[in-house]
Design a protein around this ligand. Sequence first.
Ligand code: NI
Length: 380
Amino acid sequence: MERLQETLEAIFMDLHRHPELGKEEVRTTARVKELLGERNIAIVEHDVPTGVLANIGDPSGPVIALRADMDALPVTEETGLPYASEIPGKMHACGHDFHTTALLGAAMLLKEREDTLAGQVRLIFQPGEEINYGAQALLDTGKLSDVREFYGLHTDPNLDVGTLGIRPGPIMASPDRFKVRITGKGGHGAEPQSCIDPVPCMASMILALQQVVARRISPISACVLSITRAVSGNTWNVTPEHAEIEGTLRTMTDTERDLGERVLRETAASVAKAYDCNAEITYLRQSRPLVNSPEQTAFADRVGRELGFTVIAQEMSMIGEDFAMYLKDKPGCFVRVGTGKGPILHHPQFVADRRALARTSEYLATLAQRRLAYLRTLEE
Ligand code: NI
């Protein structure tokens, strides 16, 4: 365990020094392939340019997947760590370097235990999580269609090392994005009678859209709508032709997501109509709400406790996570792993405590190993 910890720390610090943004994980991909290759772990070829799939175990048994994401963020690091990012404007500020390293550690342990595995573990080193790309891209390759269950984890700067946050049911939101471009008729600010002013229309729309959450979605549900950008015009005496707002609508269930999108579109269109303006509405669906399956979550909880972790009931979060895409048709569980309390995810001073590495690898490996054994007993 001590040797594994040392090996993993070196890998982690190297990855941390060399962050790469989504779809650009070329070095990280090469490094993961190299480390798996050195241990004779079979790589599964696929046609997504970055990211790695690999297999360990018995292909005649059930297949379960362990997933880590690999991409960094366009953030300038301010941790002052000796292994801080060497690439200006890029940083592993969401701990995906930790996830990649922990999964590599799990791969090393599983390879040692390969003869005892009651099935196959599919390792997923996923590109482009932050840009909501990689999970769907890998699913679209068809190379995951045999996977029975998916498991993944994320660093958590609210939890101490040795703690896991696990919760069944909805845990993270669908981070959908929308934009409304309002068109009126520009002219002189002194002559509103000859213009169609998009500015009051935008003001009403910003307020009216709050009704989507406040009056149409059950108050028992978690749901949020934020307008994060509102722009129009560029001087004091000209009525602008256009106005634009942008924001995010986040829900915890597919039903409320459908309802929210529909009501948002209707509200924006109706408000525009009331002001004689035109509204061009763009609604971008990103990943789904992340919903942990009850049985798999209870299993992940039990294994955590047996390995000596403190397991707490994870709080829900309105942040999105594209691991949700794997759970569209298959069961699974997404776990939060304590990496020491400190600045929040995406913060320039975010640090994942590397002392949590080997324990996390042990957790992932043991979870996969025991789950395969359990699934095999169901088949006999
Ligand atoms: Ni993340």
